[in-house]
Design a protein around this ligand. Structure first.
Ligand SMILES: [Zn+2]
Ligand SMILES: [Zn+2]
Length: 180
């Protein structure tokens, strides 16, 4: 669905759209859409702003990515309310752009308007955690043998320059020396 400024000048545009996997372009993001993306809300042109559009609504979608630690599948359910502001792309230097209230998120559009699918893509990417992991306590891949440590308890000893590790070794050594 395309939000045309020309159309927004005469009416608010409500939307209630469902995007099957593949309809929203997630290329380059490492994400795979695994359910229909549903979205509903309304877009309206704000008066006396020179073309500012406010888009409010909610979305729901399931996506998956490769876990950052172990490369297994990491699944995410994104359920998100949004309240977004879109301005015409300024032709002035970037540092002359007026910074709006920090609680509002301002984006820009070029030309005649913008597409709902692009709005959805941006919102989903923003909603995901910085670290995409399959579970909170994912133990990752052993750097020595390559085993997935969630599945296999390998016996590799990771040697690090960490002082705490050295202290622990010293502790064991002294216990043994006492013959306990
Ligand atoms: Zn993982
Ligand atoms: Zn290992």
């Amino acid at each position: 669905m395309f939000f045309s400024i020309q159309e927004l000048e005469v009416r608010k545009i409500p939307f209630n759209e469902s995007f099957e996997p593949g309809k929203v372009d997630f290329s380059g993001s490492g994400l795979r859409q695994t359910s229909a993306l549903t979205s509903s809300g309304i877009a309206r042109l704000l008066e006396d702003t020179g073309g500012e559009v406010r888009v409010t609504g909610s979305l729901r979608v399931e996506v998956e990515a490769d876990c950052d630690r172990c490369l297994a599948v990491a699944r995410f359910l994104v359920e998100q309310d949004f309240d977004l502001f879109y301005s015409p792309a300024p032709e002035v230097d970037a540092d002359e752009i007026e910074i709006h209230d920090s609680e509002t998120e301002m984006s820009f559009y070029q030309g005649e308007g913008f597409d709902l699918a692009e709005v959805m893509r941006d919102q989903i990417l923003l909603a995901l955690p910085m670290q995409r992991i399959c579970r909170e306590d994912c133990r990752g891949i052993c750097p020595l043998c390559g085993a997935n440590r969630n599945e296999t308890a390998c016996r590799c000893e990771v040697k690090t320059a960490d002082d705490r590790w050295g202290a622990l070794k010293g502790f064991h050594a002294s216990r043994e020396a006492k013959g306990s």
